[in-house]
Ligand binder design. Sequence first.
Ligand SMILES: *[C@@H]1O[C@H](CO)[C@@H](O)[C@H](O)[C@H]1NC(C)=O
Ligand SMILES: *[C@@H]1O[C@H](CO)[C@@H](O)[C@H](O)[C@H]1NC(C)=O
Ligand SMILES: *[C@@H]1O[C@H](CO)[C@@H](O)[C@H](O)[C@H]1NC(C)=O
Ligand SMILES: *[C@@H]1O[C@H](CO)[C@@H](O)[C@H](O)[C@H]1NC(C)=O
Length: 401
Amino acid sequence: MPSKPASSLFPLLLLLSFVLLFIYSFIFGPTTPTTPTSTAKILATRSLACDLFHGKWVLQEPLTEKFSYDETCPFHRNSWNCLKNQRPDMGLINSWKWVPDKCDLPRIDPAAFLSMTRNKNIGLIGDSLNENFIVSFLCILRAADSGAKKWKKKGAWRGGYFPKYNVTVAYHRAVLLAEYRWQPVANDKEGLKGAYRVDVDIPAVDWINITNFYDVLVFNTGHWWGYDKFPKDRPLVFYRGGTEMRPPLGIMDGLKVVVENMVTYIEREFPKKTLKFWRLQSPRHFHGGEWNQNGSCLFNKPLEEDQLDLWFDPSNSGVNKDARQVNNVIREALKDTSFQVVDLTHLSEFRADAHPAVWLGKKDAVAIWGQDCMHWCLPGVPDTWVDILSELIRNSSSQSW
Ligand SMILES: *[C@@H]1O[C@H](CO)[C@@H](O)[C@H](O)[C@H]1NC(C)=O
Ligand SMILES: *[C@@H]1O[C@H](CO)[C@@H](O)[C@H](O)[C@H]1NC(C)=O
Ligand SMILES: *[C@@H]1O[C@H](CO)[C@@H](O)[C@H](O)[C@H]1NC(C)=O
Ligand SMILES: *[C@@H]1O[C@H](CO)[C@@H](O)[C@H](O)[C@H]1NC(C)=O
């Protein structure tokens, strides 16, 4: 019969295709770990046993000529874009590598990081030092997704969306974290023009609508809590439950109450699985006076370890002592909470050499505003913050994602 050879051929073909399938999967099987998701899994299981916050800056030679991003990154903010503003020693600034005492801090691998955070969102909330941080973060990540787009939803001030990985990284500006507003007084008694009312138990409207959006949150606040921003004739006045707190709180006590209340709010309203970080102060380096007293930071190398206390110890009442003071208040308020403290202060204290200083990209900026010895040149020190944060996210995500 003519059909017989065909029907006996059929099982043979079937067998052959199974054999081929087996050989194929055997040949190509071992390559699967290099696909993005598997790389992310491997990354996520490498655990982090070392303190990344203590170590030293080591100069890498020859000096860097290639930066992790350049002046064309679309996420730049002009006054921090030191390459564009032609700061001459950017190669040197970017050749110092932060080396923790007991391990190596790897540079972030943008593609592996975005694979690990696929379909996830990262939010930074706070003042312009968190904005400085996110500009670095966005410019670094962009190397892995040239389709990155600007993103400004849900009250965000600035952000980026990485379509290849469906990841959003954004910044919400809320300098005191709590809601505050100006209240003028009608009759100007004792030179008081009015006051800024701070509702210690109400988060600023800029981050009120993000409760279920972000998988990772990084908060900060700090340099606005001073008499420089809120002088005696325009002070902060604190309200709780809609009524003025009595007796009136000083500015550091106000900070403490606000951080405690914001933490309570976050722990109550945000999902448990959301990774919560609190970034400590970014130190300033005004030398010889405050920002409005010709304070300067024209340094060509980092400070030495034994200079740090002189600059920053509150007992020396120097110009830059506020960072450690604010940190003490915040550390206290974060005790026994679910927040991980990201102590970027110490490593940043060394880097008097890495602020925009006089390279601000505008002709009269220094005459009007003084030098910028508070924010950081980009590329620069915040790139190391990104390396550290990405390691912390990786370490934590291995438990919770
Ligand atoms: C992108 O991520 C969000 C979560 O952030 C998820 O809801 C959405 O389904 C994802 N989109 C795609 C196309 O995977
Ligand atoms: C927050 O979201 C709600 C509901 O979508 C909306 O009505 C409200 O206007 C939003 N508030 C802000 C400040 O974006
Ligand atoms: C800052 O420097 C300028 C120019 O040298 C000088 O005129 C001015 O008095 C200085 N201001 C302060 C507060 O020292
Ligand atoms: C990494 O995660 C482990 C497990 O949660 C934790 O014990 C450890 O402290 C973390 N390491 C760092 C440096 O945060």
